[in-house]
Design a protein around this ligand. Structure first.
Ligand SMILES: Nc1ncnc2c1ncn2[C@@H]1O[C@H](COP(=O)(O)OP(=O)(O)O)[C@@H](O)[C@H]1O
Ligand SMILES: NC(=O)OP(=O)(O)O
Length: 313
């Protein structure tokens, strides 16, 4: 039916939900709920690329290594990003495969470990902003900062460690992602914002320690593969003005000009809704047709314009 590509982007919080312990069973359960919706979307003819976050999970991978620092060699953050891309990709790949089997839909599903070029001089390397891993209580943070050298910030739900998050500039594997998606293969790509790499003078690549924002990478990928639509699945039903205040008001259908004005007024904080809105603005300004932000279970309705927030040029 459709010849255009849609990108469905799963927030890290859609896979490892706030308040849950974070067991593999919980992660599979959450991934499966999201893939039930994606399978329905595929059965109505959409061509889909899936991207996903890794914030809670890559933080846990790093923490695991730090806890075992006396017995195993350290794993750099960029390698932990690749580790999370593989693990989460496998989980999405299998849960989607199973959901497609259940509805007798025949599709190939594949995960591509994706490298994303960043600038080694990006100021983000000296100003960490990306929250990873678990939430901590106020009384725990002083010791963590002092003993581990962590930079920590306050978020809704507690305090979290932050790491550098440079701007994504180019997706190394974009051609193969586009080719497979246009052939009807479901591609899971750019997980966790992709593995950050820098290009050296001779054109070779090397990993660099950071976690790229998956919404910003999704917008670069969407533009580079000529996708028409990005669907961002997160843990809030839609975007709000004056979020969390008595004046809070949901945004259903908004134009690019309107969302830019709300952004300039400060309705979307960095580290949560801010990057999603920035990603939407960049994608629509580069020729994208539609961005939808909603809960996984509302995706079907949102694609028909009956739920979530839809932003158009
Ligand atoms: N204006 C806003 N409208 C809706 N949600 C907002 C807004 N500002 C901040 N948020 C917060 O953004 C969160 C989603 O962002 P984030 O936690 O980064 O999600 P994910 O990990 O799914 O990408 C919501 O849970 C909500 O608490
Ligand atoms: N890499 C990334 O943006 O992950 P989250 O969506 O989990 O924050």
């Amino acid at each position: 039916m459709e010849n255009s590509i849609s990108i469905v982007s799963l927030g890290g919080n859609a896979i490892l939900r706030r308040g849950e312990e974070g067991t593999v069973e919980e992660q599979f359960h959450n991934a499966d709920s999201c893939m039930a919706e994606v399978a329905r979307m595929l059965s109505s003819g959409h061509k889909v690329v899936i991207t996903h976050g890794n914030g809670p999970i890559v933080g846990n991978i790093v923490l695991r290594g730090e806890c075992a620092r006396n017995s195993i060699p350290p794993m750099p953050l960029f390698y932990s990003d690749a580790d999370s891309e593989g693990g989460i990709g496998f989980m999405i790949q299998q849960t989607l495969y199973n959901r497609l089997i259940m509805i007798r839909e025949v599709k190939d599903v594949v995960t591509i470990i994706t490298q994303v070029v960043v600038d080694a001089d990006d100021p983000a390397f000296s100003r960490p902003t990306k929250p990873i891993g678990p939430y901590y209580r106020k009384e725990e943070i002083e010791a963590l900062q002092r003993n581990n050298g962590w930079v920590m910030i306050r978020q809704t739900g507690g305090y979290r460690r932050v790491v550098p998050s440079p701007m994504p500039k180019r997706i190394v594997e974009k051609n193969v992602i586009q080719r497979l998606a246009l052939e009807g293969v479901v591609v899971i790509a750019a997980g966790g914002g992709g593995v950050p790499v820098v290009e050296t003078a001779d054109g070779t690549l090397r990993g660099i320690d950071a976690v790229i924002d998956k919404d910003l990478t999704t917008s670069v990928l969407a533009t580079e593969i000529g996708a028409e639509r990005i669907v961002i699945l997160t843990d809030v039903d839609r975007v709000y003005r004056d979020f969390g205040t008595p004046r809070q008001a949901g945004l259903d259908h908004v134009s690019l000009a309107e969302i830019k004005a709300f952004h300039a007024e400060g309705h979307f904080p960095p580290g949560s809704m801010g990057p999603k809105i920035m990603a939407a603005i960049r994608f629509l300004e580069a020729g994208g047709k539609r961005v939808i932000i909603t809960l996984p279970e509302l995706m079907g309705k949102a694609l028909e314009g009956r739920a979530g927030t839809t932003i158009v040029p």
